[in-house]
Design a protein around this ligand. Structure first.
Ligand SMILES: [Zn+2]
Ligand SMILES: [Zn+2]
Length: 282
C-alpha cells in the first residue's frame, strides 16, 4: 500500500494510489512531482472541476505525449457527469493535443457507477458516491472496493474435513459467500461525507480545510472535528487522512503533525497532511 499526495487548499490537491495506479484529482504540479510515475497512472478520478483539482491535467496529458516514457499507455479520466468546468477542460485539451500518441478516454460518472479495475489478485472496482461541496459544482467521492470470499457463517462449526468434503461434492461456492471491503475512500472537497457512503472503509481521505471550526465562514468544506466524527461514525478501520488543509496553517507544520495520532472512540489512526508538502503514506 503506497500513497503519494500533495494538498494545499485553493492551490493544488492530488493523491496517487499506487496499488491500482489511480490519481485522485490532478492539481497543479502533479506530473512534475510524480515524474516517471506520471506514466504509471492508468486512471484519473476527478472529484470536481475546481482549478486546484484539475489544473495539473494540462501537464499530465502533455507529458504522457512528449516526455521520456511509454507514450502509448492509455489513460482514462473519470469525472462527475455534466460538470461544466471539467467539460471545458476536456474541450481545451482536445483542441490543444490533436495528435496524442496514446488513447485518452473521458468517462462521465454519476453516484453509484462502478469502474472495474483489472490486474489485482482479487476483483476490485471503484464506486462513485455523492458529496456536497458547492451548489454550482457537481462533485463525487470514490471508494476502491475489493470483492472477497469467506466461509459461510452457518458453516463455522464444521471441521476442516467436513468442509473439504463439501467442497469436493458441491464446489467452492457451496461453502463460501462473497463480501465487499472498501480499501480506500476519497472524498475530494466536501462538507462532512455521509458516513454510510464510506462505512467500514480501511482508509478515509477527508476534506479537512479548517483545523479550527471558528475559521470556517461558509459551509462548503469540513473541519478536523467533523472529519474525525465522520471516521468515528463510519467505523474507519485503519487511517483517517486529513487532506486539503488550508494554507493559513502552513506555519504550523509541527502542530499539524502533532495533532494526528489516536483519538478516543476512534479505531483508526489520524494523519494530517501538512499543506504544501509532498506526503508519502506506506
Ligand atoms: Zn479544493
Ligand atoms: Zn473545490
Amino acid at each position: 500500500m503506497r500513497l503519494l499526495m500533495y494538498s494545499k487548499a485553493l492551490y493544488s490537491s492530488w493523491l496517487y494510489y499506487s496499488p491500482d495506479r489511480i490519481l485522485f484529482d490532478a492539481g497543479e504540479g502533479a506530473s512534475s512531482i510524480l515524474g516517471n510515475k506520471a506514466f504509471a497512472i492508468r486512471r484519473v478520478f476527478l472529484s470536481h472541476g475546481h482549478a486546484d483539482h484539475v489544473g495539473g491535467l494540462v501537464g499530465l496529458v502533455n507529458i504522457r505525449n512528449n516526455a521520456m516514457g511509454d507514450k502509448e499507455k492509455e489513460l482514462s479520466i473519470y469525472y462527475p457527469k455534466d460538470n461544466y468546468l471539467v467539460t471545458e477542460m476536456m474541450a481545451f485539451l482536445a483542441r490543444t493535443n490533436r495528435r496524442l500518441t496514446y488513447d485518452l478516454e473521458w468517462v462521465p460518472l454519476v453516484a453509484g457507477d462502478r469502474v472495474p479495475l483489472e490486474g489485482g489478485a482479487t476483483p476490485r472496482y471503484v464506486e462513485a458516491f455523492p458529496t456536497v461541496h458547492v451548489h454550482s459544482e457537481k462533485s463525487l467521492g470514490f471508494n476502491i472496493v475489493e470483492v472477497r470470499h469467506r466461509l459461510k457463517p452457518e458453516l463455522a462449526d464444521l471441521s476442516q474435513e467436513e468442509i473439504v468434503t463439501m467442497v469436493r461434492a458441491q464446489g467452492k461456492e457451496a461453502v463460501t459467500q462473497h463480501y465487499e471491503q472498501k480499501l480506500f475512500s476519497y472524498g475530494g472537497d466536501s462538507v462532512p461525507i455521509k458516513p454510510a457512503y464510506v462505512e467500514d472503509t480501511e482508509i478515509l481521505c477527508h476534506d479537512t480545510t479548517f483545523l479550527d471550526e471558528q475559521d470556517r465562514k461558509e459551509y462548503k468544506h469540513a473541519s478536523l472535528a467533523e472529519a474525525i466524527q465522520v471516521a468515528r461514525e463510519a467505523r474507519v478501520k485503519k487511517e483517517l487522512i486529513c487532506f486539503h488543509i488550508s494554507s493559513r496553517y502552513k506555519g504550523k507544520v509541527k502542530e499539524i503533525e502533532a495533532a494526528g495520532g489516536h483519538f478516543d472512540g476512534l479505531d483508526c489512526r489520524v494523519t494530517l497532511v501538512p499543506p504544501g508538502r509532498v506526503f508519502v503514506a506506506e
